[in-house]
Design a protein around this ligand. Structure first.
Ligand code: AMP
Length: 249
């Protein structure tokens, strides 16, 4: 069975985000970019299924600028077999990503798609669900455990207040949550080997997908700066401040 893993290039999670002075978005110039952490978890899960003999091939797909090839190479260095870069310099909204993935799925015929529950740049948490709707496959979102059976996959989902286990008929879509696994680091020999793995390039036009945006970003702003705290001398002081200054009692 083939597994498709979409991997997005995003601002590294350690970077302190800065908003562009004109408020048109987040500063991306000279900023460290990495694979979306939830997608690393998705790649790891796919590799574990392959190591258990339950998958035969892992295809990593990224939609973005030329540099997204580096994100695919990271997936290949971790253990994916092949990559597809859908190259574009435009902003690609979740619906357009889902449409592109739909077209790739029609060509590749995977039995399972494992993807992140959300990309940490826009925190949309939409693509997996939209893809499920577009292709009519079952979806197990926010997965903390994935067990492949014969023609089915059992997904334990992180839901409010606990865990829910669902059994999906294959082919299916799984979106990863943080507790699913701890992704491996790529070893140096594997990074070298990844350079020789196949990486095809295509475009949204070739896949018949229109990338015109449906959303308009009106403004991007920094969060309000947090006020410095004060130390209080006694509980009575604290209660007085909560009553008189904060007005929360
Ligand atoms: P989102 O709905 O934007 O929060 O993204 C959810 C998941 O969809 C991500 O974790 C990725 O697996 C996938 N995804 C979103 N955008 C892209 C992209 N440009 N290229 C590849 N995968 C993507």
């Amino acid at each position: 069975m083939k597994i498709l893993v979409p991997v997005k290039r995003v601002v590294d999670y350690n970077v302190k985000i800065r908003v562009r002075p004109d408020g048109s978005g987040v500063e991306l110039a000279n900023v460290k970019m990495s694979m979306n952490p939830f997608d690393e978890i998705a790649v790891e899960e796919a590799i574990r299924l392959k190591e258990k003999g339950k998958a035969t091939e892992i295809v990593a797909v990224s939609i973005g600028p030329a540099q997204s090839a580096e994100t695919i190479r990271t997936a290949l260095a971790m253990g994916a077999d092949r990559g597809i870069l859908v190259r574009t310099d435009q902003t690609v909204e979740p619906l357009a990503v889902a449409k592109i993935l739909k077209a790739i799925i029609a060509n590749e015929n995977p039995g399972l798609v494992i993807m992140g529950k959300q990309a940490i740049d826009d925190d949309a948490n939409q693509t997996g669900q939209m893809l499920g709707a577009l292709i009519g496959w079952a979806q197990g979102t926010f997965a903390s455990k994935v067990e492949l059976g014969e023609g089915t996959v059992d997904v334990t989902r992180e839901v409010d207040g606990g865990l829910q286990t669902v059994s999906l008929k294959l082919p299916a879509i799984v979106t990863t949550d943080l507790r699913l696994n701890e992704p491996r680091y790529a070893s140096l020999p594997n990074i070298m080997k990844a350079k020789k793995k196949p990486l095809d390039e295509t475009s949204a036009e070739a896949l018949g997908v229109d990338l015109s945006p449906r959303l308009k970003v009106i403004k991007t702003a920094e969060p309000p700066v947090r006020q410095a705290g004060v130390k209080v001398g006694s509980i009575a002081d604290l209660v007085a401040k909560l009553k008189n200054e904060a007005g929360v009692l």
